[in-house]
Design a protein around this ligand. Structure first.
Ligand code: AQP
Length: 331
């Protein structure tokens, strides 16, 4: 029997945070033995917010190296750059004719980003979920491993797939979000009710995968905690709960185990332990990424072969779509 298909991606729109790692990439690694996986570097999504071209180019390669350093095996999974597979844009255009302006304007990310980038509310920003639907549907993906913040976009992809199938006949697999517990929503260290984000203006709010040991420990020391002194997870203690979640995700332990470990201990000791745990986990990834970046030809070959594999799968779906909607494709 054919393996089920997984699609996911991260934008090269800044330095990745431990939120991107725990919510997405780390889970991708676990899935690659069981599924047929397509993992993209979403540079077409990234330009919906202003990017410095040279930086975007540099980050694209850095992200490729990071995927591999985190454990993505390019022999098993197709690792590629979104813009190398033109069918993403082509299917997006078709789906634009099935998507409604009303539903896109109600998307939480569109509203948040419009507020944050009020001087640049471009069409691409609103169209982001349609492009993401195209990304997923092109590969007939059954599952999309993402953090909780992207659930709404996967739901739109489902709606568009169902709408298209109803209108033109069975064409797309209807995808499901795969949100694994633990790292699904890692929050800002400075405003722990908000998600940690790579584009946060406050550098102390996010732990970047490139942060060195001292920086990681310093940021955790400065992390906002809550009143009281108990180290327990609860809705009243979003700061402590976030730190406990991060600790458990990296230690692979349960909240109860962590609470027991820190019983009777102070916030200072707790924050240092979280910082050291995260720094220990990041250092082998950083070393491996640096080694990979020293061989740009090797990375280039991996991205080329990933794009070839993705292209073959994407072309099959797009040709079916064009047939269904009545695009003349020759005799
Ligand atoms: N804080 C988070 N906790 C858990 N998962 C997260 N993800 C992002 N932040 C967290 C997951 O990472 C994947 C890739 O995200 P993306 O690059 O498409 O962009 P995003 O979701 O918009 O992430 P950022 O960091 O907030 O980027 P910017 O600042 O550029 O918008 C997704 O699976 C996401 O769920």
């Amino acid at each position: 029997m054919d393996k089920k298909v997984i699609y996911s991606a991260v934008q090269p729109s800044g330095n990745l945070t431990i939120g991107n790692y725990l919510g997405a990439i780390r889970n991708w690694v676990k899935l690659q033995n069981e599924y047929d996986c397509f993992y993209a570097i979403a540079n077409m999504h990234a330009i919906t917010v202003k990017q410095e071209p040279a930086e975007l180019r540099r980050r694209t390669l850095e992200l490729a190296a990071l995927y591999i350093a985190c454990g993505i095996d390019p022999e098993k999974s197709a690792l590629y750059v979104q813009s190398h597979v033109p069918q993403h844009a082509e299917l997006c255009w078709v789906l634009n004719s099935v998507a409604y302006v009303g539903e896109m304007s109600r998307m939480t990310q569109f509203k948040d980003k419009s507020q944050k980038h009020a001087e640049n509310i471009n069409m691409g920003l609103m169209d982001y979920p349609v492009l993401m639907a195209a990304d997923i549907l092109l590969y007939q993906a059954q599952c999309v491993p993402v953090g909780a913040d992207q659930k709404q976009h996967v739901e739109i992809a489902r709606d568009l797939a169902i709408r298209f199938n109803n209108r033109y006949g069975e064409t797309f697999t209807v995808p499901e979000p795969l949100i694994l517990k633990g790292g699904a929503k890692i929050c800002s260290l400075q405003e722990p009710t908000k998600k940690m984000s790579k584009s946060d203006e406050n550098p102390n709010a996010s732990i970047f995968l490139t942060d060195d040991r001292d920086t990681v420990i310093r940021k955790f020391k400065r992390a906002v905690t809550d009143s009281g002194s108990e180290i327990v997870a609860s809705d009243e203690k979003p700061g402590v709960t976030n730190l406990l979640n991060i600790y458990c995700a990296f230690k692979n332990c349960t909240l109860q185990e962590a609470e027991r470990e820190f019983e009777g201990k102070g916030y200072g000791e707790f924050k240092l332990a979280v910082g050291e745990t995260v720094a220990d986990a990041l250092s082998p990834i950083q070393e491996e990424q640096a080694k990979l970046l020293a061989d740009k030809n090797y990375l280039g070959e991996i991205l080329k072969s990933g794009a070839d594999r993705a292209y073959r799968a994407a072309r099959r779906t797009l040709s079916k779509v064009y047939r269904k909607i009545g695009f003349y494709q020759g005799e």
